[in-house]
Ligand binder design. Structure first.
Ligand code: ZN
Length: 160
């Protein structure tokens, strides 16, 4: 069965940056399952996996525009410390989900000065060319429930 929109793909992966450093990998864990064609993984990786089958191995080199995007200085913001729910917990390097006009984004605290906190809403992997080594383990049809939700459900389903 070939990978196309509406298939659930199970794969092992290793993600490395341009220097060859491993950033993330499924090694030693269960393979990653995702619903293909619904934007659950980065666009460049979906493109590379299209039409592949179980048992295939592939390498995909993905430019930032098809990965986690180009860094935008406009996404670096200065906020008053008093605008944080728990000002005591704001520290350098802390990460939290921030609500933005484009939906939730991961924010990283990059500077704290007096009563002003600088947060960076760029994805930590923005601007990076990513190299994936993929091992396609399984491809199956999604269930109707998975298609309706737009994401994969575990072997026992989940309650929502
Ligand atoms: Zn669901």
């Amino acid at each position: 069965m070939k990978i196309s929109k509406g298939k659930v793909v199970s794969m092992h992966y290793a993600l490395t940056d341009v220097t060859g450093e491993v950033l993330d990998s499924s090694e030693g864990q269960a393979p990653l399952d995702y619903l293909h064609g619904y934007g659950n993984i980065i666009a460049g990786l979906e493109k590379a996996l299209e039409d592949k089958e179980a048992g295939e191995k592939l390498k995909a080199v993905i430019p930032p525009e098809d990965g986690y995007g180009i860094r935008e200085e406009a996404l670096v913001k200065n906020l008053p410390l008093s605008s944080f729910q728990s000002p005591d917990e704001v520290e350098l390097g802390a990460q939290f989900q921030a609500e933005t006009s484009e939906g939730p984004r991961l924010a990283t605290v990059t500077k704290i000065e007096d009563k002003t906190v600088t947060v960076d809403l760029n994805h930590p992997l923005a601007d990076q060319t990513l190299s994936f080594d993929i091992d396609v383990v399984d491809v199956r049809d999604a269930t109707e429930e998975e298609l309706a939700h737009g994401h994969v459900h575990g072997p026992k389903g989940h309650g929502h």
